[in-house]
Ligand binder design. Structure first.
Ligand code: ADP
Length: 499
């Protein structure tokens, strides 16, 4: 682990900042209050930008523009294929600017630049194309009803969508919500996380260049309790799509219920189990478990934060995990050699360190890591606790950082029972050569996503969402379109018909 080694400029040229205002009704505008706030670089803890701070008045303006665009504008009225071709153009523009956008996500979220450049930003273009292709295939059904009546259903866009997104995947989350909503013919107000507004503003600019009409896609930077809360309680927002913590999800649902009873979809926290059986290839299992939690510095909703290892291979597994942790490089996320960048911000950094102290106090064995790195920025060593049990805080609560809890089990039945002993139900994994065991575990775990002999593998066509307090509603796949449409039944009598 090396902290900040070289000068970032030796890896990449960070472009000057182009967009820092709010994007409302097709234009970049200052906030009504004129206030701005700092964007912090987690590598240093210092400000790299100031952006306009949106509040209730700005959300009102953005929702007004989105309402107008929905009620009177061309977007919901044009054919699906016309919307699709504009979205395709939007995707092309993203691909022409990958490096610049990737640098914005790295500098604000501390994510590996290579990940942003080769995976997350290119995937944004693919998400747009996936839903662009679906835009002209959203249709209802013809119903042959009782004698003398004919019916059909229409799938109509739900209206003005509020999208409140987190900071761990700023680009992916933006398009996970916006792309299916746009394809369905909705208009959207996005509130990016306060830590990561920069790529969202860049996307607003590209959407405009691609020909998305004014008012259709708006971006209001700001804080959760002000701008976010204004969206969830707004009387003219028809749906809220949220990804973030369970705690905030509850607030959003309460605000939606107390205002206009808008439907919400909530993709929330997790404490996902990964169960490794004795027959597994041990090196492969170590790799899967390690990347399952330390990928993106543990800031992943589906992170495999609880790893259950069958007793026969437990000690060997521990040893190999520690070797891997020792070879893992923490440092500047622009450095191509680095595996793990800094945590998102000071608050999260301190929270993770306090969970580590809890783990030690509650009697778990600290196998490796546990300490911050360097004296600037928010770097933490990859940390592995052994001898953890489900009563410990580190096994119950979502840490959202590079901390693995390792646990020993004897039988499949025991592993299933303990894996399900959580308030969450986002994801789980099982590693075994025994197909019967894999299928039994995958049917028995109450979670929305199960990986067999892999972890964190995704495909755009695969619906994604939680059980229990991990939320409800599904992102990705054609399933996600259902979040952004209303189904209307239409009936007409057929007079004098024998049928
Ligand atoms: P995390 O724990 O990952 O930071 P949060 O759930 O705190 O996630 O934040 C996710 C998003 O929710 C951010 O855009 C944040 O600004 C927003 N948010 C936070 N509090 C509220 C709130 N009370 N109402 C609406 N949105 C909120």
């Amino acid at each position: 682990c090396n902290g900040n080694s070289k000068d970032t400029e030796s890896f990449v040229k960070i472009p000057p900042l182009k967009f820092s205002k709010l994007f409302i009704n097709g234009k970049f505008v200052d906030s009504v209050s004129g206030k701005t706030f700092e964007t912090i670089d987690p590598r240093t803890g210092e400000a790299v930008a100031r952006v306009s701070e949106g509040d209730k008045e700005d959300v009102d303006l953005a929702v007004k523009a989105a309402r107008q665009a929905f009620d009177h504008g061309p977007w919901p009225r044009m054919s699906g294929s016309e919307r699709g071709s504009i979205m395709m153009k939007f995707a092309d523009l993203i691909e022409q600017n990958i490096e610049e956008i990737a640098a914005l996500d790295t500098i604000t979220a501390g994510k590996l630049f290579s990940h942003c450049k080769f995976i997350e930003v290119p995937v944004a273009a693919r998400i747009l194309r996936y839903y662009a292709g679906a835009a002209d295939k959203i249709h209802g059904t013809v119903l042959k009803l009782a004698k003398g009546i004919q019916g059909h259903t229409l799938k109509e866009p739900i209206g003005v969508v509020g999208s409140i997104i987190p900071w761990n995947f700023p680009t992916l989350m933006f398009f996970t919500k916006a792309a299916p909503a746009l394809a369905a013919g909705c208009t959207v107000v996005v509130k990016p996380a306060e830590q990561t507004p920069l790529s969202a503003l860049y996307y607003a600019h590209l959407a405009h260049l691609a020909g998305i009409p004014e008012g259709v896609l708006n971006v209001v930077n700001g804080f959760g309790e002000t701008a976010g809360a204004a969206i969830s309680s707004h009387m003219d927002v028809d749906k809220v799509s949220f990804t973030g913590s369970t705690e905030v999800g509850r607030k959003i649902m309460a605000a939606a219920a107390a205002s206009n009873l808008k439907p919400v979809s909530l993709e929330l926290g997790g404490k996902s189990p990964l169960i490794i059986f004795e027959d597994a290839d041990i090196d492969e299992a170590v790799n899967i478990a390690f990347n399952g939690i330390f990928y993106n510095k543990g800031e992943v909703c589906v992170a495999s934060s609880r790893v259950y290892v069958q007793e026969g291979i437990y000690e060997k597994f521990e040893k190999k995990l520690v070797e891997k942790a020792n070879a893992w490089i923490v440092g500047d996320p622009f450095d191509p050699q680095v595996n793990q960048g800094p945590q998102i911000d000071k608050k999260q950094f301190e929270k993770i360190l306090s969970y580590i102290e809890h783990g030690k106090r509650e009697g778990a064995t600290l196998l490796t890591g546990g300490k911050p790195i360097g004296n600037k920025g928010f770097y933490i060593q990859p940390t592995i606790f052994s001898d953890v049990n489900e009563d410990m805080t580190i096994a119950k609560e979502e840490i959202f950082g590079p901390v693995m809890s390792l646990m020993k089990f004897k039988t499949m039945e025991e592993a299933i029972k303990r894996a399900n002993n959580t308030a969450y139900g986002l994801a789980a994994g099982v590693i075994t050569k025994n197909l019967n065991v894999a299928n039994t575990v995958s049917r028995s775990i109450r979670a929305g996503f199960i990986w067999i002999n892999c972890y964190c593998r995704f495909d755009l066509d695969c619906p994604y969402g939680g059980y229990k307090t991990s939320g409800f509603g599904r992102d990705f796949g054609l399933e996600a379109l259902n979040q952004y449409v209303q189904i209307k039944s239409v009936i007409t009598p057929i007079h004098d018909s024998p049928w």
